[in-house]
Design a protein around this ligand. Structure first.
Ligand code: FNR
Length: 185
């Protein structure tokens, strides 16, 4: 049966490099897998009252149903102020509740962090990893995927140019598929 991998890009920006990396991953999806870019645009900021008083916004219900149906998750994150952008952290928080009904539990994950700078969103990568430990997501350890100078990787049409970074991203994705097959329950 086809396995579905949800791809969450931590940016709402139209020309987001994270979204372009996510789209590149979709092009590399191997046979037997469907890669699905998850839209985070309409998810409201989480408020525990939604769950405590059963007043759950439709967009949250939709997101939870969508994420419940995926078998694994790839997070493509930029870095905001040395941490995870709020839009991605919010999606993680929304999916983690109500208590005991987390959509993340046991789903094999990988983090692809990226930045126009040298440091490749190292800080976001590791803050995100901390949440995924708590959420019981087996998260690929090697290779660590740090994508530097992401702004140089795409052509005018938004396609990733051939080169060492593209080769590395393809190889990292192959490692994730192996990781997924070992860890999926
Ligand atoms: C940034 N940026 C940034 N970059 C980085 O490498 N480390 C950081 O801590 C930050 N901090 C930061 C904060 C805020 C509020 C913004 C808007 C930006 C720059 C960031 O990497 C750049 O804008 C990316 O292009 C954002 O990712 P997307 O939207 O291209 O996916």
């Amino acid at each position: 049966m086809t396995k579905v991998i949800g791809i969450l890009a931590g940016s709402l920006r139209k020309e987001s490099f994270s979204k372009k990396v996510a789209k590149t991953l979709i092009e590399f999806a191997p046979e037997g897998f469907e890669f699905k870019l998850i839209d985070l645009n309409d998810i409201p900021v989480y408020n525990q009252d939604f769950d405590d008083h059963n007043e759950i916004p439709e967009a949250i219900t939709k997101f939870r149903i969508e994420m419940s149906a995926v078998d694994g998750v790839i997070f493509v994150t930029p870095e905001y102020n040395r941490s995870v952008p709020a839009v991605l952290k919010n999606a993680i928080d929304v999916g983690s509740r109500p208590y005991g009904k987390s959509v993340w539990d046991k789903k094999p994950a990988a983090i692809f962090s990226n930045s126009p700078g040298n440091l490749s969103a190292f800080g976001a990568n590791h803050h995100l990893r901390q949440s995924l430990v708590f959420l019981n997501m087996p998260t690929m350890q090697q290779p660590e995927v740090y994508i530097a100078h992401v702004n140089d990787l795409f052509d005018k049409e938004g396609k990733m140019k051939d080169g060492a970074s593209k080769d590395f991203i393809k190889k990292a994705l192959e490692s994730y598929i192996i990781w997924f097959n070992k860890n999926a329950e």
